[in-house]
Design a binder for this molecule. Structure first.
Ligand code: ATP
Ligand code: MG
Length: 160
């Protein structure tokens, strides 16, 4: 896999359940996505978009085929590898599971604290504003993605 390829899926299939209720959702999906490439996945409801994204996000184990993400083969990967890959991916869930009792900024801050991010990379608790340590993205710096003027709102209000 070339260093420029972020995601390489080859003949990825996936099913849920076991016989007689086994249901195949993905059928030999092959795709190669480069670093920095913006891709929109479309398809009818139930066609397997989220299932595929959860495989790429290392949130479930790859059953069939080969799936390489950020240079790691996820088919047959150990839990430790899945966790390592997961930590390098920003994933916004379809059902986002944010805590409405916290502000949007505090929700982000909580995840960063859990991940052990340095305090300078976390939003300021007082202002709710992001305080990135520089414009460089990647290891060592973290930028909140919520709009600054909505970061102190609850998640349900920040969406509107
Ligand atoms: N955990 C699960 N257990 C059993 N079946 C599941 C599970 N998750 C998804 N499915 C089934 O797999 C199929 C694909 O679901 P998936 O959520 O990937 O579709 P989707 O393309 O993301 O749909 P939508 O556009 O509605 O979000 C559906 O039939 C769904 O019911
Ligand atoms: Mg979905």
């Amino acid at each position: 896999m070339s260093a420029d390829v972020a995601i390489a899926a080859e003949n990825v299939s996936h099913h849920f359940g076991s016989p007689p209720l086994r249901k195949q959702v993905l059928f030999d999906v092959s795709v190669s996505i480069g670093r920095g490439e913006i891709v929109i996945v479309t398809g009818p409801s139930g066609s397997g978009k989220t299932t595929f994204l959860t495989l790429v996000g290392a949130l479930r184990s790859t059953q069939d085929g080969s799936l390489r993400v950020l240079g790691e083969e996820l088919r047959g990967a150990s839990e430790a590898t899945l966790v390592r890959v997961r930590r390098r991916i920003g994933y916004i869930f379809q059902a986002h599971n944010l805590l409405d009792a916290l502000t949007a900024s505090q929700n982000v801050q909580m995840a960063l604290q859990t991940a052990g991010a340095p305090a300078r990379a976390r939003p300021s608790a007082r202002s709710g504003r992001s305080r990135p340590s520089g414009s460089r993205r990647g290891r060592g710096t973290t930028r909140t993605r919520c709009r600054a003027d909505r970061s102190s709102a609850s998640p349900s209000r920040a969406r509107s």
